[in-house]
Design a binder for this molecule. Structure first.
Ligand SMILES: [Zn+2]
Length: 397
């Protein structure tokens, strides 16, 4: 990697110079030897109302408005500390995250927030306690319109059950294909993208048929483990569906008991999951990184670098893995014209880490400095010895 000079003016990047270009005179410069400069990371799948505890998704009814505010603020700060300068919330409790943003505006020292509001689900379906249950074609149409009216940026729908909600079937679809199509059509008419939670293989197939924009998890789970038919992977690649495999877990953590039980029942293992993800990559599927942050002790806010590191364990090259949490993640979040690359005119969202993640991806754990929309800037301009060329990564893919 070549040295880089990034000039920041206000909240934006004003120029990116390669080589050892001189900084403009009168400009405060900090030179950070041994570091690499990257775009700030983007976690495409977070639950800001989740406090990383074992009961994170089960305790909403017990939280006061003040409690929720504290949980959301703490999650955002933990994300920022890990170098995450944008998050996409895909599981609000009621409308806490969306309403907070509308009331208070985007917090100055917080990551940029993209939010779905409560995920659409069936009655007593996966994550029903978030308040997004809807049924029937008319009910679903109304639910999507409601999201547009309330200021959601994206529609999230639970198309299969999930391990974290008791009584739901992870191996089965929650909606009919007709219902899912109505959600996608209505959302698209309103200018909203749809991303769908899908574990069950039939749910992933349904998502492809309904032409959703993104799929969360996409584990293609069957009664006998993970299994992606090659024609399904090819269809995902062909459609350009953005797949977030929600990898990443806190070092040394164990899966929650519900997930462990599911893995035992289906014979699924962590290793077979990584193989399934690499099958998607080899088929040409676009992978983005989101960690399902906040839902459990193994999935705390700020764990996103581990999702990128896991992609390398799958055999995904470092530049593609880094793009999954930067330029491609920005595309998934509808933020491609604002962040995710080191480019003049974009938000000054920067991450500086010790070492070189292109040589050793675990360098992502060694955060040296974080700049969010020009704030918390270490200096007016930052010079790193090396940089990750994300502007080029998009073209390579
Ligand atoms: Zn989730």
């Amino acid at each position: 990697m070549a040295p880089a000079l990034v000039l920041v003016e206000g909240s934006r990047i004003s120029a990116v110079e390669r080589g050892s270009a001189p900084a403009p005179s009168g400009c405060e410069v900090t030179h950070l030897p041994g570091t690499t400069l990257l775009p700030g990371l983007i976690d495409t799948h977070v639950h800001l109302c989740g406090d990383d505890s074992p009961r994170a998704l089960d305790q909403f009814f017990e939280l006061s408005a003040d409690d929720l505010e504290r949980v959301i603020t703490a999650g955002l700060q933990a994300q920022l500390a890990a170098g995450v300068t944008s998050v996409r919330d895909l599981g609000d409790y009621e409308w806490a995250v969306v309403d907070r943003r509308r009331a208070a505006g985007q917090g100055a020292n917080e990551p940029t927030i993209v939010a779905s509001g409560p995920p659409i689900t069936i009655d007593q379906g996966h994550c029903w306690s978030m308040g997004g249950a809807a049924s029937g074609v008319e009910g679903l149409r109304r639910a999507v319109r409601d999201r547009a009216d309330r200021g959601a940026d994206v529609v999230k729908i639970m198309t299969s059950g999930g391990a974290m909600t008791v009584g739901t079937d992870v191996l089965a679809c929650q909606f009919s294909l007709e219902e899912l199509r109505v959600v996608v059509e209505t959302a698209h008419d309103l200018g909203l993208a749809v991303t769908a939670h899908a574990h069950a293989l039939p749910a992933v197939e349904q998502c492809v048929a309904a032409e959703v924009d993104g799929i969360e998890h996409c584990s293609c789970l069957t009664p006998t483990g993970f299994s992606t038919p090659p024609e399904l992977a090819a269809a995902l690649a062909e459609a350009g569906t953005l797949v977030c495999p929600t990898l990443g877990r806190a070092l040394g953590s164990e899966p929650p008991p519900q997930v462990k039980a599911l893995m035992e029942r289906t014979g699924a293992t962590w290793e077979s999951r990584l193989e399934q993800v690499v099958d998607l990559y080899r088929a040409g599927v676009i992978l983005v990184s989101g960690a399902d942050s906040g839902i459990s002790p193994g999935k705390p806010h700020g764990v996103l670098p581990e999702a990128v590191i896991d992609l390398l364990d799958c055999g995904v090259p470092a530049d593609v893995a880094l793009a999954s949490a930067t330029s491609l993640a920005a595309r998934a979040c509808g933020l491609a014209d604002r962040t995710g690359r080191l480019h003049a005119g974009l938000d000054a969202d920067l991450l500086i880490v010790d070492g070189d993640p292109m040589q050793g991806i675990t360098a992502l754990r060694n955060v040296r400095a974080v700049v969010s929309r020009g704030r918390d800037v270490v200096t007016r301009s930052s010079v790193a010895d090396r940089w990750a060329p994300h502007a080029e990564v998009v073209k390579l893919l």
